[in-house]
Design a protein around this ligand. Structure first.
Ligand code: 9G3
Length: 569
């Protein structure tokens, strides 16, 4: 392909809304353009990358026994009512009506559709296991579509659903997917990690996320180098702290102190000259129609996923200052668990704190020498905080470390949540009716493209991993007016394309510097430069995008040299 003919409109200035590097670079290099918030067109270069990712995914899904289907994007409300999820997702679902005023959704995911399909046409254990997948656009009306392809409202997903006779069958399907996913990210040359994850509202009991490592990643991961435990921080358990052997301090009399203007943990620390570890903070949430309070140590972060799972609620929203003062008659800075009008859920660390400080549920006052049990009894004591670096590993007790990643794959054991709700059953060996045992497995195809950029770039642009690069190689003749340069460029082009390599030839009448800049921005992994000096010695220059050095290669050896590099990456 000639550079002059590729439709990759580059930008000098990136729109300021592009907050992360993948969004900036994909826009600048002419890979994507925005149509509306969170909705993008994929230009030729991007579509080539997407097709490469899809091909790898297809090959591995097929290898694992998956069969590809294509299901409707338009989904009738009735199916979502059957599963009980029509009301659950609220405004996140794109909803529409047909001319008969019947309600539909633009598919955010396909559990309901696939369960119906299988229910209608699969009736016997002999037809199981069954693994069906598709690669398709999905629609979710995110409150704040952000980060370009990372959190779009329309995005491309591969979703596979497994149907098994029993739990053992599900375990096997799940294992196959786990392995297939590992191969997929391996084959794309991405640095990734598999972590334990929360299965959230989707139901079911086991779940792993595949994370592409990147410092900009939204997901915080805790991991243990000693035993290989790794989990999303949302999921990572904090083992109950051991009373450290030191004698517990004697409970001192409760004391109410006047603390005008003292609102935050920091304020308390400064005004009373105490460490955060001796303070307890209270957070008020609106949980399915009720205000609840969560209490944790002053220096800790509350884990909303853990709280949500503990409460078993659908909706969990932090209450804002106005709600708190209106409903509880006290400002957020003075909240506390003693004499509270709301149910109190305490993190397990609170149990080990003696004589701590917290709000008095009265504006401008705090309590000192508070003790759990004597002064208040929580509804429940549970693990409610985020794990942090240095915490003991829940498996082997070594020190945990933290890092960041981008969730590109997620696999779930669903069990019978959908098959029971939708009465999807088969007859087992004994002629008994049983619900299908299901799993679901997703890969964000468009997000993977963005994650690859997030992980592989430098100050000059993208550095595509070879297996998913839009083209593998670009040939840059320094001066397109010199026939000997152009002749050689085309000769190398023909030889390499003839082998099936995807090659660009930069035939534009531009300065060499401009061509190099564009090649770097676009991220083409290999570059062959044909310039007058080297050519005198019958040589050309080879540069790997991910290294700084260039090497001179004799013209007659160039094809072999390129093949040798390609076989290594
Ligand atoms: C919805 C909306 C948003 C959603 C869902 C449903 C997330 C929803 C979870 C999943 C689970 C798996 C198949 C592929 C792998 C992931 N956001 N989820 O179910 F209606 Cl608006 O999608 N689905």
């Amino acid at each position: 392909m000639k550079s002059s003919e590729i439709f990759n409109p580059t930008l000098r200035e990136v729109p300021s809304e592009a907050e992360i590097v993948s969004h900036q670079l994909l826009l600048r290099a002419g890979f994507i353009r925005k149509n509306s918030g969170g909705v993008y067109s994929y230009l030729p270069l991007a579509f080539r990358v997407l097709k490469k990712i899809m091909n790898i995914v297809r090959e591995e899904m097929d290898r694992a026994g998956g069969q590809e289907v294509l299901m409707p994007i338009i989904q009738p409300a009735e199916l979502w009512q059957e599963s009980g999820r029509w009301e659950v997702y609220g405004d996140e679902m794109f909803r529409l009506k047909d001319r008969h005023k019947r309600s539909f959704a633009l598919g955010p995911t396909h559990e309901e559709i696939i369960t119906t399909l299988v229910k209608q046409d699969v009736h016997s254990y002999r037809d199981l296991p069954l693994l069906l997948y598709q690669i398709q656009n999905k629609y979710r009306d995110e409150i704040r579509p952000r980060f370009g392809l990372m959190r779009g409202r329309e995005f491309i997903m591969k979703d596979l659903y497994s149907f098994d006779i029993d739990e053992d069958g599900l375990d096997l399907s799940y294992k196959k997917m786990y392995e297939a996913y590992s191969r997929i990210f391996e084959r794309m040359n991405l640095k990734y990690r598999v972590v334990e994850a929360d299965s959230g509202a989707i139901g079911g009991n086991e779940s792993h996320e595949f994370m592409v490592m990147a410092s900009s990643g939204e997901a915080e991961i805790v991991y243990c180098d000693k035993c290989h435990y790794a989990a999303n921080v949302e999921k990572a358990q904090c083992p109950a702290p051991e009373p450290d052997g030191a004698k517990r301090a004697e409970a001192r009399p409760l004391e109410k102190i006047h603390t005008p203007g003292v609102r935050t943990v920091e304020d308390v620390m400064h005004s009373l000259a105490v460490p955060a570890e001796s303070i307890v903070k209270t957070l008020i949430y609106w949980a399915d129609g009720e205000y609840v309070g969560a209490v944790i140590r002053g220096d800790r972060e509350l884990n909303e996923v853990k709280l949500k799972n503990l409460l078993g609620c659908n909706e969990l929203l932090i209450a804002d200052e106005n709600q708190v003062s209106q409903v509880l008659g006290v400002s957020v800075g003075s909240l506390g668990p003693v004499g509270a009008e709301f149910k109190v859920y305490a993190d397990q660390e609170i149990e080990l704190m003696d004589n701590f400080i917290c709000g008095a549920n009265e504006d401008g006052y705090h309590l000192m020498n508070v003790n759990l049990g004597r002064d208040f009894v929580p509804e429940t004591i549970a693990d409610l905080r985020n794990a942090i670096k240095g915490d003991p590993c829940p498996v082997c007790s070594a020190e945990l470390d933290t890092t960041r990643g981008i969730e590109v794959g997620h696999i779930f054991k669903l069990g019978t949540k959908y098959s029971e709700a939708m009465k999807a059953t088969f007859l087992d060996k004994n002629g008994q009716e049983r619900p299908f045992i299901m799993g679901c497995y997703g890969i964000g195809i468009s997000r993977t493209m963005a994650a690859a950029v997030e992980q592989n770039h430098d100050e000059n642009g993208i550095i595509w991993p070879l297996p998913i690069a839009p083209y593998q190689l670009i040939i840059v003749p320094i001066n397109t007016k010199k026939t000997e340069q152009m002749d050689l460029a085309w000769s190398i082009y023909e030889q390499l394309s003839g082998q099936g390599l995807e090659v660009i030839i930069d035939d534009r009448d531009e300065r060499a510097g401009v061509k190099f800049k564009d090649a770097d921005l676009t991220g083409i992994p290999l570059r062959i430069t044909i310039g007058p000096k080297a050519l005198q010695e019958n040589k050309v220059e080879v540069k790997k995008r991910w290294e700084n050095e260039t090497v001179l290669i004799a013209v007659e050896d160039i094809v072999e040299e390129i093949n040798s590099i390609l076989s290594q990456y």
